[in-house]
Design a binder for this molecule. Structure first.
Ligand code: AMP
Length: 218
C-alpha cells in the first residue's frame, strides 16, 4: 500500500537529516518544501519571487504558492508508491489542502502517518546559527556539533558548504514564533485523527534514527 509520511517539529529539530535518510532507506522521494522554495527563489520564478519576501522574514509563504508547488511534485510518477514529505503541511489549512491533493493524486488506498519530533527547544537557535549545508548533495552539517572534516567542504562530495540566508538569529526567532502559532496546533489535529506518532528527538542522530524507524514501521 502507498505510504504517505509527513513530519512535524520545530525548526532545526533534525527533521531534514532524518527524513533524507528515511527517504533513501525506503526508496521514496524526499519532498522538502523549504528546498523547493529555495530553488524557486534562486531561479527567480514567479513563485520564487513571491516566496522570497516571506522567507526572509521567517513567515509562511502564502498557502496557494506552496500548495501549487506540492501538488505538482506529488503528482510526479516517483511519488506513486509513497513519499517522505518534509515541511508541509505547516498549518491546519495546509493539512486540509494536503488531504485534497492526496484525494486527487491517489489511485489506490494509502497509509498516512504524521511523525512528531519531540525535542527540548533551548538549544535549537544555537543549532540553527551554526548550521551549514552542501549546495550540491544537500548534506547538513553543524559547525559545532557535526563539523565537516576540513571545516569548509562537504565530506561526501567536497563542495564548499553554504549557510541558508534565513539561518540568522533574528530570522530564526521569527521562524519559531511562526511555528508555535501556525504549525504546533497540527500535532493535536493529527492526534485526533489517530495518525500521529511521537518520537523523542533528543539525542544522537543514530538514537533518533532508531526511534524514527520504529515509529514508521509499527
Ligand atoms: P524550512 O527549510 O523547512 O525551514 O523552510 C524555510 C522557509 O520556507 C520557512 O521559514 C517558510 O518561509 C518557507 N516554507 C517552507 N515550507 C513552507 C510551507 N509548507 N508553507 C509556507 N511556507 C513554507
Amino acid at each position: 500500500m502507498k505510504k504517505e509520511l509527513i513530519f512535524l517539529g520545530p525548526p532545526a529539530c533534525g527533521k531534514g537529516t532524518q527524513t533524507s535518510k528515511l527517504a533513501e532507506h525506503l526508496n521514496f522521494p524526499h519532498v522538502d518544501t523549504g528546498s523547493l522554495l529555495r530553488a524557486a527563489v534562486k531561479n527567480q520564478t514567479p513563485e520564487g519571487v513571491t516566496a522570497e519576501s516571506y522567507m526572509s522574514k521567517g513567515q509562511l509563504v502564502p498557502v496557494e504558492v506552496v500548495a501549487a508547488i506540492i501538488k505538482r511534485r506529488l503528482a510526479e510518477p516517483d511519488c506513486a508508491n509513497g513519499y517522505v514529505l518534509d515541511g508541509f503541511p505547516r498549518s491546519v489549512e495546509q493539512a486540509g489542502m494536503l488531504e485534497e491533493i492526496n484525494k486527487e493524486v491517489d489511485k489506490e488506498d494509502a497509509e498516512f502517518r504524521a511523525v512528531y519530533f519531540d525535542i527540548d527547544t533551548e538549544l535549537l537557535i544555537e543549532r540553527i546559527v551554526n548550521r551549514k549545508s552542501c549546495p550540491k548533495c544537500g548534506e547538513i552539517y553543524n559547525m559545532k556539533f557535526k563539523a565537516p572534516k576540513d571545516g569548509v567542504h562537504c565530506d561526501k562530495c567536497n563542495s564548499e558548504l553554504t549557510q541558508r540566508k534565513d539561518d540568522t538569529e533574528e530570522i530564526a526567532r521569527a521562524r519559531f514564533e511562526t511555528y508555535y502559532k501556525e504549525t504546533a496546533p497540527l500535532t493535536e489535529y493529527y492526534e485526533n485523527k489517530g495518525v500521529l506518532r511521537k518520537i523523542d528527538a533528543n539525542g544522537s542522530i543514530e538514537q533518533v534514527w532508531e526511534r524514527l524507524l520504529k515509529a514508521v514501521n509499527d
